[in-house]
Design a protein around this ligand. Structure first.
Ligand code: FES
Length: 59
């Protein structure tokens, strides 16, 4: 599923970035491009970081 349409980044790509150490939306953007376009997905990205880093499993 795409979480960032601007960068055509999927939830799997974003999760991979988080697992690789990204803990901010900026770091996710650097890793896979998500959140670097119009920014409409930034809230979703922040929620995914929060859930993933808190041990919530798949965001
Ligand atoms: S949908 Fe992610 S930056 Fe546009």
């Amino acid at each position: 599923m795409y979480v960032c349409v601007c960068a055509a980044a999927t939830d799997a790509q974003v999760c991979a970035c988080i697992d690789a150490g990204a803990s901010t939306v900026e770091e996710i953007g650097a890793g896979c491009g998500a959140g670097t376009g119009g920014g409409s997905c930034l809230h979703r990205l922040a929620t995914m970081i929060e859930q993933r880093l808190s041990g919530g499993g798949a965001a």
